[in-house]
Design a protein around this ligand. Structure first.
Ligand code: AMP
Length: 374
């Protein structure tokens, strides 16, 4: 057992978006304060945090963040690797910044999955139109071309239904190094969120079933229905392999496609997020301890709280526009989280969690919510 850390009073967070906001909110009740580093002086987390205004790779700003906090974490995976190098000599930084490099490059990430014995879709790395044609010959169509780096929420992706459109698809993602994924005829998308403590204990949340449209997450429901022990074991195995591989401290998410049903159902991993994740937002009201609080407990060297669910939850993202005035207020059962971001097409500006004692009651609540929101 390692020595317990002295109680932490201030955590530094690289990034000041909604994830940092919810991380900070999760530990307010523990008397822990946060300072965020973000270039946008009106970042959402600044509503509840001190803020250092600066770029994520600005050594002076990073030093300032390390100096004012006892431990540093981050809220998104595109933190420059150099940021970790600035922080490390000054203060502990969790999760292990090495995990970032794996999540920032889809080819590197898929190679890691393979090395850790985690099933993945068939894919090829491609860096030219010729290589793309060769990969399409092997994998067939439909297939999905994905930029290796800086792709999220469906950005940097192109669906290829016919090999004759390969050149256009490659230029549409910016002619950058990419992977070509065989199109997976999945039954549904599932994810697991899990937190690993400094001691190496792991809290696994129940699997969530996720619905994406246009590459953007719309709804997550948890615990996912009709999930066999085999699927839970497969998902936990994947999370455990990755967490232990990096001696990771904090919360991670692994996203999967479920292929087949019943006895024949199996999972292939699509990607990881080395951070708290949108498919775990339901845990704020729907689990004994939220993914945010457990992340913070882990990085502060505290024991983890239970990840057991409280009833059944559905999380609905609010994307693009503010809901009609009065709509959310007319449904007091809806737990509303607005992030204080200005509306913009495709932008996640908030989310709502619905919670009910049974799946049927949850479905009824979700139906009513959908009607009210319009
Ligand atoms: P990603 O950015 O990889 O999470 O992809 C965004 C969304 O596109 C996923 O959530 C899926 O709905 C869809 N998608 C990505 N890869 C594949 C694939 N290989 N086969 C089918 N659908 C996919």
């Amino acid at each position: 057992m390692s020595e317990p850390l002295a109680p932490v009073e201030r955590v530094g967070i690289i990034g000041g978006g909604q994830l940092a906001l919810m991380l900070a909110q999760s530990v307010q009740k523990l008397g822990v304060r946060c300072t965020v580093l973000d270039p946008n002086d009106a970042c959402c987390a600044s509503a509840v945090c001190e803020q250092i205004v600066g770029e994520y790779d600005d050594p002076q700003a990073l030093k300032q963040l390390a100096e004012c906090s006892e431990v540093v974490t981050y809220e998104f995976e595109n933190v420059p690797a150099a940021a970790g190098e600035v922080i490390k000599p000054l203060k502990p930084i969790h999760p292990n910044p090495d995990a970032l490099g794996y999540a920032q490059d889809r080819h590197v990430e898929r190679t890691m999955f393979r090395d850790l014995d985690i099933a993945i879709p068939s894919y090829r790395a491609v860096d030219s139109v010729d290589a793309l044609h060769a990969a399409l010959d092997e994998l067939g169509t439909p297939a999905i071309l994905k930029a290796r780096t800086l792709g999220y929420d469906g950005k940097g992706q192109a669906l290829i239904n016919d090999a004759s459109t390969a050149a256009d698809a490659f230029s549409s993602i910016g002619s950058v190094p990419a992977i070509l994924d065989q199109f997976v005829e999945f039954e549904r998308e599932l994810s697991i969120v899990a937190t690993r403590s400094i001691e190496g204990d792991i809290a696994y949340y129940p699997l969530s079933a996720n619905v994406h449209r246009g590459g953007i997450l719309r709804v997550s429901k948890a615990p996912a229905r009709d999930v066999s022990e085999h699927l839970i074991e497969q998902a936990q195995h994947a999370a455990r392999q990755i967490l232990n591989r990096f001696e990771y401290v904090g919360t991670i998410a692994v996203e999967f496609f479920q292929i087949g049903t019943g006895e024949n159902a199996t999972l292939v991993a699509n990607e990881i997020a080395p951070r708290v994740h949108n498919t775990g937002h339901w845990t704020i009201e729907g689990a004994q301890t939220s993914q945010f609080e457990n992340h913070m407990r882990a990085v502060m060297g505290m024991e983890l709280g239970s990840a057991d669910p409280i009833g059944h939850s559905a999380m609905v993202n609010i994307i693009g526009d503010e809901p009609r005035k009065g709509a959310l207020e007319s449904m007091p059962e809806a737990h509303v989280h607005m992030y204080g971001k200005s509306p913009r097409a495709g932008r996640k500006i908030g989310h709502v969690t619905l919670n009910a004692p049974s799946e049927d009651e949850l479905d009824a609540l979700l139906e009513r919510f959908t009607r009210v929101i319009g």
